[in-house]
Write a protein that binds this ligand. Structure first.
Ligand code: GAL
Ligand code: MG
Length: 991
């Protein structure tokens, strides 16, 4: 009898191994039979019943055991249960004895219940949630159903409570039940009392009701909770037992195509949450549950779908307390059966109906009193059949106060909302319009008629697959949601990567996914598709989501002579803006010029207010970008974040100073010495030495004051390390096409070279190349035109034209340079501090940023393209002494810098396989393709695709030394120089 922690999974404690499949069952399909070779855990535990419990009723509760189990006490069989994420209780009263007792539990990995538990997650077994021994009075409160009714117009709100009392059959006499409702401060605001009569069988039932006038309401924004105290007294008035319950007054209604909470049409700013911890699997600690709730609140999330099973009950307590709307989902998913060789459709099989309804009843009974639960969900991905109808039917009778959700009910036969997953944006918008006769979802086969959908809200129970780098287009979805009351929002798939912490034989820690445990078959890293990395570090996707969800929006109305007029919109559903402080600042190329705070008028929910900012915009710095930033922060600490926590920000690029008449030209350029030696062209003066390899069409060495600043490059590249959104699901079509055209194998061939001296201090080098796959049927005909100034400043114009057949979309168009690894200090003016891409940049704000190369790396569980910074005016990479390189883009560029090459990133399957190189790989990209959601959903929207077309861009490369002066000044100077260049038009078009 070795020891094992409970709660816990045996696979994470040295017995067996975790196994990941998405849809497939890891055992032969033969319902209801499961393999007789069935891993089984037998647990034993001694416990002591004290003398003081001798006359108690003892109940043993299991909150979750995967997947089926039998319970024995002192050798006597007490019963069995299944339904892994459901509670089960056993009456121990007669089997237990005062003193030592031996509890034995036998847990089976597989049961017929496993067929209904085919969720996309690790298969993990054992007693994974709490086990509690309850010592109750012989006569006791057994169940409480609380029904708060909220009168939205008047003072007719009320509280109804239905209580079940259980006693022994010998319990005699009259009992009384007292009800007291306490407000959050503990003051009683309502009372009721009533007699309880136990029948001969020991059961009694009592219903109490009390008026509560105009209670404070519960919502995710203002989760006000009362405490209900229920006290059972015996015939002489002595207290038998007291049960406290939290109560929230709130009302949920589906009214036509709108979802109303407390009368307001709300949006569900949601995520799908599985229970996962990298060390503990689904055996979560309370701290981890709290972390999830706090992180959700801090990232402007207001809804959690408990995909795809009821969570640990404590999680719902937290949702009540901190304010999150919950779509509580039954522990039921079985679509793996539909893909079996011989498909089974259990959802319509009469002999499975009880099992379906049981899963609904046990969830609803367990969770009925939580104000946070605003919808019941019949489960996930199980087709749609009579058994679902039976679940809905029972639920509606038992709890008419909450709408019912089920995505599989495509035509809304029993569910109150039309729910879909991964629907392309244009179809979502069409549901929002609500005028088309027939619509379908991501699933093209289903046709939903107007009369089926027009009277129901549309909910995206899953969208924006957050696998790896992405998701793209969160902002586009929210623009659509915000444009229509019919669209009630959605839940990003999913909250967290389910990586499991593992260690390589040589001691390096990493996150394991499907296949890393020898688990076959498996679905690889599809298990890592969350907004949080496995250790709960927010990914760039979560930061983007936070920005897109924020509930304060600002419009710049006018720049006046002495002030700026702004309109501040309160996008909350219930709260005023009184809980927020507002700070503003104007910067010129990131340097502060003016700042202050504004007192926000209260501004009720859904309205806006005019604000005057005491700032006169008189730009003085030629070439500088002036940016106004407003930050909205918590004025006081709230339970979920400290004072000062930022809930929203807004930025506006203010008009620049007009171009001065005389732009200072480059300082008189010292003469450049040139000599060609075979294919090598050497250019130098006392400030630098620069060598071109004319045969390869690249710079081969560039030294400034004896210090190497470029090892090799620039070289055009169209390839990036595929992201999961290209390597999985529908996204693979794009990748296959890229591979078919050998975009990953393109080679640069020099076609023609010419150089000339254009004056003493200026040399021009023109290199014509073709970039083509080895087979060379199609090519990009490209030209590098270098202008080297005696100052060392190098202007590079890059042009290219596709010839022959190419894929319509490219991963990237950009330059790659290899720099000495010591140049790892990065400073840039542009969007930051985090990464950004064409369809995911809202969270990246304009500013002057600084980071080490290592900090620019985003550790997606499977390495892939990462770390791009978009809309960059200039970027400098320097070593500790201040020597390095400045790149100024025209138009604005994207850059990324890594200790790895693209090939390194592409080859590695896990982070630990990446070995840092002694060089820095710098990408200066003209453009990159967007991210999309193609790993499980729509690909990159057309407007964010990088289309294959002729291109032209300029990059100025400037050597840096400690004497170069301030970077922002240099950046401005070169920007002015290129104001006549092609970037000018682009900048004028910028919002
Ligand atoms: C959905 C499913 C989720 C998950 C997701 C892909 O179809 O409901 O459970 O598998 O796809 O990550
Ligand atoms: Mg599934």
């Amino acid at each position: 009898w070795p020891h094992i922690p409970v709660p816990g999974h045996w696979q994470l404690n040295g017995w067996g191994h975790p196994h990941y499949t998405n849809v497939r069952y890891p055992f032969p399909i033969d319902p209801p039979r499961v393999p007789s070779d069935n891993p089984t855990g037998t647990y034993r535990r001694h416990f002591v019943v004290p003398q003081t419990w001798a006359d108690r009723r003892l109940v043993l509760r299991f909150d979750g055991v995967d997947s089926a189990f039998e319970v024995y006490l002192n050798g006597a069989y007490l019963g069995f249960s299944k339904g892994s994420r459901m509670p089960a209780e056993f009456d121990l009263t007669s089997a237990a004895r005062v003193g030592d007792n031996l509890l034995a539990v036998r847990v089976f990995q597989w049961s017929d219940g496993s067929y209904l538990e085919d969720q996309d997650m690790w298969w993990l077994s054992g007693i994974f949630r709490d086990v509690t021994l309850l010592a109750l009075p012989q006569t006791t409160l057994w169940d409480v159903k609380i029904t708060p009714t909220l009168d939205l117009q008047g003072d007719g709100s009320a509280l109804e409570v239905a209580v079940v009392v259980e006693g022994s059959t010998t319990a005699s006499g009259a009992y009384q039940l007292d009800l007291a409702l306490l407000d959050a401060g503990g003051a009683a605001v309502a009372y009721a009392a009533g007699p309880v009569r136990l029948g001969g069988d020991g059961h009694g039932r009592v219903e109490l009701a009390t008026a509560v006038g105009t209670p404070r309401r519960w919502s995710a924004e203002e989760p006000y909770l009362y405490t209900l105290l229920l006290t059972l007294r015996d015939a002489v008035g002595a207290t038998v037992c007291v049960v406290p319950q939290k109560v929230g007054f709130r009302r949920v209604e589906v009214q036509g195509p709108r979802l109303l909470v407390n009368g307001a049409a709300i949006k569900l700013r949601g995520v799908n949450r599985h229970e996962h911890d990298p060390e503990l699997g689904r055996a979560l600690t309370r701290e981890v549950m709290l972390t999830d709730v706090l992180l959700m609140k801090q990232h402007n999330i207001n809804t959690v779908r408990t995909s795809h099973y009821p969570p640990h009950p404590y999680f719902l307590d937290l949702c009540d307390e901190y304010g999150l709307y919950v779509v509580d989902e039954a522990d039921l998913e079985c679509h793996g059966l539909l893909y079996a060789e011989q498909p089974f459709f259990l959802s319509a099989a009469p002999d499975w109906c009880d099992a379906y309804v049981d899963r609904m009843q046990r969830m609803v009974e367990r969770d009925k009193n939580h104000p946070s639960v605003i919808m019941w969900s019949l489960g996930n991905e199980s087709g749609f059949g009579a058994n679902h109808a039976a679940m809905a039917d029972w639920c509606r009778r038992f709890d008419p106060s909450r709408p019912i959700h089920y995505e599989g009910d495509r035509h809304g036969e029993v569910s109150d909302v039309i729910s879909q997953m991964y629907t392309p944006l244009h179809l979502v918008a069409a549901f929002g319009d609500g005028t088309d006769d027939v619509l379908h979802g991501a699933n093209q086969q289903t046709r939903i008629r107007l009369e089926e959908y027009h009277d129901k809200p549309f909910f995206l129970c899953e969208y924006a697959h957050a696998m790896g780098n992405g998701p793209g287009s969160l902002n586009d979805y929210w623009q659509a949601f915000n444009a229509s009351d019919r669209l009630i929002g959605g839940c990003v798939w999913e909250w967290l990567d389910h990586g499991i912490r593992a260690t390589t034989p040589d001691g390096r820690s990493y996150f394991a996914y499907g296949g890393d445990f020898g688990d076959v078959p498996n679905d690889g890293n599809f298990i890592c598709d969350g907004l949080l990395f496995p250790d709960r570090t927010p990914s760039p996707g979560l930061l983007e989501y936070k920005k897109v969800l924020e509930q304060v929006a600002v419009e710049l109305l006018q720049l006046g002579p002495a002030s700026v007029a702004l309109r501040v919109h309160n996008r909350y559903d219930f709260t005023t803006l009184e809980h927020l402080a507002c700070e503003w600042a104007v910067t010129a190329d990131g340097a502060p010029c003016a700042a202050g705070t504004i007192a926000l008028p209260p501004t009720s929910a859904g309205t806006s207010t005019l604000v005057e900012l005491p700032y006169a915009h008189t730009p003085t710095l030629a070439g500088a970008d002036y940016v106004l930033t407003l930050r909205f922060t918590l004025a006081h600490a709230l339970p979920w974040a400290a004072a000062g926590h930022e809930v929203a920000f807004a930025q506006f690029v203010l008009p620049r100073l007009g171009r001065p008449d005389a732009v200072e030209s480059l300082s008189p350029a010292p003469r450049i010495e040139c000599h060609q030696e075979g294919a090598r062209l050497h250019l130098h003066n006392e400030a630098f030495q620069l060598s071109f390899n004319l045969a390869r069409g690249v710079i081969e060495a560039w030294h400034v004051k004896g210090q190497a600043i470029v090892a090799t490059g620039p070289r055009l590249t169209f390839w990036r390390a595929p992201i999961d959104n290209e390597a999985r699901g529908g996204g693979t079509q794009v990748l296959q096409e890229w591979h078919a055209h050998m975009l990953h194998l393109l080679q640069q061939r020099v076609a023609n070279v010419a150089w000339e001296r254009a004056g003493d201090g200026v040399v021009r080098v023109v290199i014509d190349i073709s970039v083509a796959p080895p087979s060379y049927e199609a090519a990009f005909d490209c030209r590098y035109s270098y202008t080297l100034h005696g100052s060392g400043d190098l202007l590079l114009e890059v042009e290219g034209k596709p010839r022959g057949t190419w894929p319509a979309v490219l991963p990237r168009i950009g330059l790659e340079l290899t720099l000495p690894g010591s140049m790892d200090q990065v400073t840039w003016l542009g969007r930051g501090p985090g990464e950004s891409y064409a369809d995911s940049y809202q969270a990246a704000r304009f500013g002057l940023w600084q980071a080490g190369v290592d900090e620019l790396f985003t550790p997606y569980v499977r390495p892939q393209e990462n770390g791009n910074r978009s809309a960059t005016q200039w970027v400098a990479l320097r070593d500790a002494q201040g020597c390095g390189l400045l790149a100024v883009g025209d138009p604005l560029l994207n850059f990324s810098a890594h200790r790895y090459t693209t090939a390194d990133l592409e080859r590695a399957e896990h982070g630990y396989e990446l070995v840092p190189r002694p060089t820095t790989t710098l990408h200066l990209d003209h453009r990159q393709n967007g991210l999309g959601s193609g790993s499980c959903g729509p690909g990159v929207l057309p407007q964010y695709q990088l289309l294959t077309a002729p291109f032209r861009f300029l990059v100025r490369l400037v050597p840096l030394s400690p004497e170069s002066g301030a970077l922002d000044e240099l950046g401005r100077r070169f920007r002015l120089l290129s104001d006549d260049g092609l970037g000018k038009r682009q900048r004028e078009e910028e919002p």
